[in-house]
Ligand binder design. Structure first.
Ligand SMILES: *[C@@H]1O[C@H](CO)[C@@H](O)[C@H](O)[C@H]1NC(C)=O
Ligand SMILES: *[C@@H]1O[C@H](CO)[C@@H](O)[C@H](O)[C@H]1NC(C)=O
Ligand SMILES: *[C@@H]1O[C@H](CO)[C@@H](O)[C@H](O)[C@H]1NC(C)=O
Ligand SMILES: *[C@@H]1O[C@H](CO)[C@@H](O)[C@H](O)[C@H]1NC(C)=O
Ligand SMILES: *[C@@H]1O[C@H](CO)[C@@H](O)[C@H](O)[C@H]1NC(C)=O
Ligand SMILES: *[C@@H]1O[C@H](CO)[C@@H](O)[C@H](O)[C@H]1NC(C)=O
Ligand SMILES: *[C@@H]1O[C@H](CO)[C@@H](O)[C@H](O)[C@H]1NC(C)=O
Length: 563
């Protein structure tokens, strides 16, 4: 009895110790799990810091936890920046929200400004009354694009432009800016509304804490392009916005809110070519850019392909190109925005803050152009068989059902300038034709780069949220990229060997004379613009390439000269 009860008690005891042990091992397991996850994260962080000093691009994205390193030789961006380690860390967002994750990754520091992590300032402790804050900056010029300072910040903080954006189920004013890549300061938006009184020029403000998002492509430099997002509190769209570091700071900037959207809304991008409208965006022109013939060839060739408008950014431009661009601007074909960003290019921010320019152009073009080409002056997206970009787009939407795609990627093909000129150049007696790069250089490296490496794209601005250099980083959910087959079109890229020297021309190459399909139109258009502006803009006389006579002779002496 005693034994049985004892046994029973022992059984109970055993059972409960078993349960205790089970509980203990369960908590042990949880602790181990916690530490391994924590350790992994700490490891990731160490990795992170290690790489930080070494010009590594760090990209944080939602997704599963993977760390991938690859040597990306191809990510060099044409002016001296060559191979770099490229690290992308994807972190599971399922486990915790971005801020908690950010805090862990930053080793307990405040979760600020990790790439892609959105955050907002704490909800406004309503300690201020709007009418007691500094007034509308009457004396600041309302600016629809131009770098202005945000005063009273510890690090540089500039804003360039502001756009109304009501996509993705939110209504915000999206400001394009540039500031610290990590640990950007919290800022406020002063949204300015004209007062109802029609006689008055007065403004009232609504002041809201801004959300902040760093633009992903930052090359791990100290400063990055960014989005400052101001949530709207009612249905009225404000006329202007100022970004301030402290609510009581007198606003040092004033941006016009650009809203291209109208009641009819978006621009169709289906097969009906009459509805397509193409725009081009070019990163800031710098180094006193002054290649007159290049810019005329670029604009005229793209016009032949159906482009209606070009947006350029003026960092530093030489006299001839200045004059040409003013002529184009007078015709409404070109917009040139000032670009004096007070940051050291390549040391503080990537190439004059080009990602701010590309995204400014994206939002500026939205609802005005159905398709946007984000390309450089030495790059041309040339359809192989179609006469215009519009025909090509219709063809793609029929053949590949691409109507819902947000962007179209074109593989890069290098036409190295060190390759010999096209043979036919020697037959041209026309100095215009003989000097056009797309006609002179017809030999290209046979191997095209894969998509996303040096590729360029045409995007549909309404479906795009964040534009990158070689691909779109973020679409409206449900849209993606179509990789355009190389038999439809490729990116013709005219440049010198990308790793210095002349060795690149030893790569296997092919002759690609696609540009010759447009030769007559191109030569005529370039000639007309060039000579119309030659006097006014003091453009140099075009001459046949030097040594042409000798070259021509050599050309006929060449055994394979069969022309
Ligand atoms: C704006 O400028 C005018 C004249 O330059 C000056 O009288 C006025 O006080 C300025 N207003 C503000 C708000 O600074
Ligand atoms: C607006 O201006 C008109 C004419 O100048 C004046 O009669 C009217 O009182 C003004 N209204 C207000 C609200 O100041
Ligand atoms: C929204 O707020 C602004 C500023 O207070 C005001 O001028 C505007 O009339 C408001 N709009 C609506 C629809 O309430
Ligand atoms: C912003 O800062 C600049 C330079 O420190 C100063 O000259 C300017 O007056 C400030 N603007 C305002 C509105 O405080
Ligand atoms: C609104 O957008 C449509 C589509 O682009 C355009 O045809 C129309 O002219 C625009 N209307 C106004 C008033 O701007
Ligand atoms: C570019 O900026 C310079 C300096 O501000 C200016 O003189 C020039 O007119 C600008 N060019 C164009 C085409 O806007
Ligand atoms: C466009 O090119 C494709 C081949 O890439 C061809 O099948 C199609 O007919 C062309 N469309 C037009 C309008 O030329």
């Amino acid at each position: 009895m005693g034994s049985s009860s004892g046994g029973g008690g022992g059984g109970k005891k055993k059972y409960s110790t078993f349960r205790n042990r089970q509980r203990a091992s369960l908590s042990f397991f949880i602790v181990v799990m916690f530490f391994s996850v924590f350790g992994l994260i700490v490891f990731t962080e160490i990795f992170f810091i290690d790489e930080r000093g070494r010009a590594a691009g760090v990209v944080l994205r939602r997704g599963s936890l993977t760390i991938q390193r690859k040597r990306d030789k191809s990510s060099d961006y044409d002016d001296g920046f060559q191979s770099e380690d490229y690290i992308s860390i994807r972190v599971g967002a399922a486990m915790m929200n971005d801020d908690a994750l950010g805090a862990l990754l930053m080793g307990g520091r405040p979760p600020v400004a990790l790439p892609v992590i959105e955050r907002s300032a704490p909800s406004p402790p309503k300690v201020f009354a709007e009418n007691q804050l500094p007034p509308y900056p009457e004396n600041a010029t309302v600016n629809e694009g131009g770098w202005q300072n945000v005063n009273n910040t510890r690090y540089k903080f500039f804003v360039f432009s502001a756009f109304y954006d009501d996509r993705k189920g939110q209504r915000i004013i999206r400001v394009i800016g540039a500031t610290k890549t990590r640990g950007a300061e919290r800022v406020w938006c002063r949204l300015w509304y004209k007062t109802g009184d029609s006689n008055s020029t007065g403004h009232v403000s609504v002041t809201v804490p801004a959300k902040f998002k760093v633009i992903r492509e930052n090359w791990n430099l100290k400063y990055s392009a960014c989005f400052v997002m101001c949530p709207l509190t009612n249905k009225t769209i404000p006329g202007a916005v100022s970004v301030v570091a402290k609510v009581r700071d007198p606003p040092a900037n004033l941006l016009l809110v650009i809203n291209n959207r109208n009641e009819t809304g978006g621009i169709p991008a289906g097969t009906d070519t009459s509805q397509h409208k193409f725009g081009v965006c070019v990163k800031p022109l710098h180094f006193d850019y002054n290649r007159a013939l290049q810019i005329v060839e670029f604009v005229e060739f793209n016009r032949i392909l159906g482009v209606e408008h070009f947006t350029f950014y003026n960092h530093t431009i030489g006299d001839q190109v200045n004059c040409l661009l003013k002529d184009y601007a007078d015709k409404g074909l070109v917009t040139v925005l000032p670009w004096s960003l007070n940051m050291v290019s390549q040391k503080e921010i990537r190439t004059e803050g080009l990602f701010a320019a590309l995204n400014d152009c994206l939002y500026r073009s939205m609802y005005k152009y159905s398709h946007l080409l984000l390309i450089d002056l030495d790059e041309f997206i040339l359809p192989k068989f179609n006469d215009t970009l519009s025909q090509m787009m219709s063809h793609l939407s029929r053949r590949l059902n691409s109507r819902t795609h947000g962007s179209y990627s074109f593989q890069n093909g290098f036409f190295y300038l060190q390759f010999d000129d096209d043979d036919s150049i020697f037959d041209f007696d026309d100095p215009v034709a003989a000097n056009l790069i797309t006609l002179r250089k017809t030999r290209r490296k046979t191997k095209l780069h894969p998509h996303k490496q040096r590729s360029k794209y045409i995007c549909r601005p309404e479906l795009t949220i964040e534009a990158g250099n070689h691909f779109v980083w973020e679409f409206i959910p449900g849209h993606g990229t179509l990789n355009v087959p190389s038999d439809t079109a490729i990116l013709h890229h005219y440049r010198i060997c990308e790793f210095g020297g002349d060795d690149c021309i030893k790569d296997s190459s092919t002759v690609d004379r696609t540009a010759y399909r447009f030769k007559d139109d191109l030569v005529q258009a370039v000639r007309s613009t060039y000579y119309r502006n030659k006097g006014k803009c003091a453009l140099p006389e075009l001459v046949l390439p030097s040594g042409k006579v000798l070259n021509k002779l050599m050309h006929f002496l060449k055994p394979n000269a069969n022309r």
